[in-house]
Design a protein around this ligand. Structure first.
Ligand SMILES: [Fe+2]
Length: 287
């Protein structure tokens, strides 16, 4: 039996999960968060440390640190957690393509041997095991080209493939995003058993609704405002594209990408001992 423990980062509205097999006491962390304050440059590990304390107090052995995709709104704490444990980091093999896409923008080299940055690169249909419990990988591209979901017992961890039914879906306008692909990925999720619990990576609740990080496949299929059973692919693409045109650049876009696409490692220290995050400037027509 799989137990799911939710950890919520209020600053970025991120849901991060510690899941474990109750008999074997083997655990995985899904979408860990490293706090980063863009104004001060302060990095902190508060949420990841809470997860480590939870593992310790429940006698759990951490086997895997999984990311669902190349997050563009928060930094992953995967490298930090790896350094503190014997767990292996897990991400989609599609991360290489995303890294290549952004490498010129950050003037950071493409790392061809991704095993230098991540321990396990997964693809659709791959399985990992927590004791006897299977963690099945389902490729769910669309929000990003490398997005995967993880199925464990009666649960699916969908990253940003779906949000709560009253919020809908995540944007598809980042380079490599594709609304048609996202629609088809969601159809695959909606084909799972109605009672399957969907755990999302973010919630941006409408006014007065408390944060909620899980729903069911049945609820999502019937009620999701962007992609319910009454809407076809063209309806979805229209709604999604119109909404994407209104969205601002995420506050942590550049910090997130230049860390998360290179093994969730912070940039190397320069010769003065400091590490720096780069922001590529758009200067066309100004200078
Ligand atoms: Fe995302």
């Amino acid at each position: 039996m799989i137990h799911v423990e939710t950890f919520y980062d209020e600053t970025t509205g991120t849901g991060s999960y510690v899941i474990h097999d109750k008999s074997a006491l083997r655990a995985a962390i899904i979408d860990p968060v490293l706090h980063f304050d863009v104004s001060s440059g302060a990095v902190s590990t508060t949420l990841a440390d809470k997860q480590l304390a939870y593992l310790h107090s429940n006698n759990l052995h951490l086997d895997y640190i999984c990311d669902t995709h190349a997050h563009a709104d928060h930094l992953s704490a995967a490298a930090y957690l790896k350094q503190k444990t014997t767990a292996q980091t897990v991400i989609s093999q599609g991360i290489g393509e995303v890294q290549q896409r952004f490498s010129a923008q950050f003037n950071k080299p493409v790392v061809n041997d991704l095993s230098a940055l991540y321990d396990i690169l997964v693809k659709d249909g791959d399985s990992l095991y927590l004791g006897d419990e299977r963690l099945l990988v389902m490729a769910t591209p669309g929000h990003t080209s490398d997005s995967v979901s993880y199925i464990a017992g009666n649960n699916i961890f969908v990253g940003d493939t779906l949000f709560m039914p009253d919020v809908g879906t995540a944007r598809c306008d980042f380079p490599g995003g594709d609304a048609a692909q996202l629609y088809r990925s969601i159809l695959r999720i909606h084909e799972l058993d109605d009672n399957t619990v969907i755990w999302v990576c973010h919630d941006y609740p409408p006014d007065n609704r408390p944060v909620k990080l899980h729903t069911t496949v049945g609820n999502s299929r019937r009620k999701n405002i962007h992609v319910n059973q009454n809407m076809n692919e063209n309806d979805f693409i229209r709604v999604r594209t119109r909404r994407d045109a209104t969205l601002a650049t995420p506050k942590l876009l550049y910090p997130s990408l230049q860390v998360n696409l290179w093994g969730a490692l912070l940039p190397e220290a320069e010769d003065n001992g400091n590490r720096y995050i780069k922001i590529p400037l758009t200067t066309k027509g100004v200078f």
